[in-house]
Design a protein around this ligand. Structure first.
Ligand SMILES: O=C(O)[C@H]1O[C@H](OP(=O)(O)OP(=O)(O)OC[C@H]2O[C@@H](n3ccc(=O)[nH]c3=O)[C@H](O)[C@@H]2O)[C@H](O)[C@@H](O)[C@@H]1O
Length: 447
């Protein structure tokens, strides 16, 4: 017996007795007598295995959970074929004498994804988008963002980041230099309702993307979206990258924190260059309808009450709201400063950059001030309800220290909340009213 395999509590196993070849012969005899039975059970086990194999999902959906996909309303679009590959290649090809970057943007039909993809394309990079168009919020808004990218020359492939075969195919067709990974299950409070979707997208999905990047030749550099929410219950302000992030207040935050640790592993083992960006409450035109500034605007216009959270001691709840154009500049700078991955064939050949930056605005504004600005811009008085902050994963306060991003990325936010919201409101009125006139009273929904 292997000494290491022995139990630590003596007397639980009986030591083997001698004369074991005599017992072995008896055992063989017994087996021979039972041969018909044995054949039956072998056949039965094989049939069972075959049935399970045939009924199980194909390897294409290896990482995906069918129920999660269905609950999110994700539809798998067909992909592949010479015409599709041609479109993928052409979208991902850098134009003229640009830096020659070829970037895969995941979550390209999302808020930040659309803006980043458009900005990279504008300056001449090749850009391919990927998005699963799930129904977490109005997919029509995502399709409108896709139409905008389409006009800009960016093809958005419809597919899930958990589809390992699709990712492999994309890397086979295009030697991407960079991946900007923005696909995620966002929203702090929704994690109470659908925890599985956060694990599916932010943990399993991130691993699927890093697996594809690690296996690609050449390996791309990866820039991805973490979140200010990783600071959780940290009370030291402003939040610096070196501060504690081991006390998340929501499952969303926990999955983003897990993502940072997972990213470290892929950098350490496979030599992937990885930059994590901690976004602070990003807002602006083409934003997300699940965010407070967005649905406050809708509710104020409809005369519906808006709930303003406050802490039990009446302390204000505040956010370091950051305008989308500032975030886009931060993302593009992160791409340009990413440095190279060093691995090939799944092996690391030297150390590669591993970085984390805060991208915030550095001036927190209370939620009640946010509502006042909206009232003034919309010229409508809000019906305000002060509500004790529910225990839903929200934290009281966020405030970014951006010294590191300033130094290394030359990141300098320039838009204050008042002027940023002005641009958002202009877009909102235009987007929803033009839709109203096009589609009659049904209009666009902002769910
Ligand atoms: O910074 C981030 O990393 C996160 O920013 C936002 O999360 P959050 O800051 O909670 O943004 P909102 O959901 O728009 O909430 C903004 C503020 O309004 C408050 N709020 C929200 C809803 C409500 O009904 N009333 C209310 O006062 C929240 O407590 C929060 O202080 C995004 O939703 C996350 O996806 C993102 O990762």
């Amino acid at each position: 017996m292997d000494a290491d395999a022995a139990p630590s509590t003596p007397g639980k196993w009986k030591m083997e007795k001698p004369h074991h070849h005599y017992r072995h012969r008896l055992f063989l005899l017994h087996r021979l007598q039972n041969l018909p039975k044995l054949a039956f059970w072998t056949f039965f086990a094989f049939a069972l295995f075959l049935a399970v194999f045939l009924l199980s999902p194909s390897p294409r959906s290896h990482f995906s959970s069918g129920s999660v996909r269905r609950s999110l309303g994700v539809s798998a679009a067909p992909w592949g074929g010479p015409a599709w590959e041609k479109r993928v290649r052409s979208s991902a090809s850098a134009r003229g004498v640009s830096s020659g970057k070829s970037v895969l943007v995941t979550g390209a039909a999302g808020f930040v994804g659309m803006h980043v993809a458009a900005a990279l394309k504008r300056r001449g990079d090749g850009v391919l988008g990927l998005d699963n168009f799930n129904a977490y919020y109005d997919p029509a808004l995502k399709r409108a963002r896709r139409a905008l990218l389409d006009r800009a020359g960016v093809f958005v492939v419809e597919g899930d980041i958990n589809d390992a075969a699709l990712l492999r195919k994309l890397f086979d067709v295009v030697p991407f230099t960079h991946v900007v990974h923005l696909a995620a299950q966002a929203g702090v409070r929704h994690a109470l309702a659908d925890p599985g979707s956060y694990i599916h997208s932010n943990v399993a999905g991130l691993v699927a993307v890093l697996e594809a990047a690690k296996a690609a030749d050449p390996q791309p550099a990866v820039v991805w979206a973490s979140s200010s929410s990783v600071y959780g219950l940290n009370s030291k302000v402003p939040f610096s990258e070196a501060d504690r992030t081991d006390r998340p207040a929501s499952l969303y935050a926990a999955t983003k924190k897990a993502g940072e640790e997972i990213a470290h592993v892929y950098n350490h083992i496979y030599g992937l260059s990885i930059t994590g960006l901690r976004f602070f409450t990003v807002y602006g035109p083409w934003g997300r309808p699940d965010m407070a500034y967005f649905f406050f605007t809708r509710d104020i216009l409809r005369g519906k009450p808006v709930s303003i959270f406050e802490c039990p001691d009446h302390a204000t709840v505040a956010r370091d709201f950051t305008y989308i154009d500032d975030i886009v500049r931060g993302c593009v700078a992160a791409v340009d400063h990413a440095g190279k991955s060093t691995g090939s064939g799944g092996k690391k050949h030297g150390s590669a950059p591993f970085r984390i930056y805060n991208l915030g605005n550095t001036s927190p504004v209370s939620v009640s001030d946010l509502v006042s600005i909206l009232e003034q811009l919309l010229k409508v008085k809000a019906v305000k309800k002060l509500v004790k902050m529910p225990r839903n994963g929200d934290v009281q306060f966020t405030h970014a220290n951006i010294t590191l991003a300033q130094k290394e990325l030359r990141y300098r936010p320039t838009t204050g909340l008042q002027s940023g919201l002005k641009k958002f409101v202009r877009w909102y009125l235009d987007y929803y009213s033009s839709s109203l006139s096009k589609h009659g009273s049904k209009g666009r929904t902002t769910n």
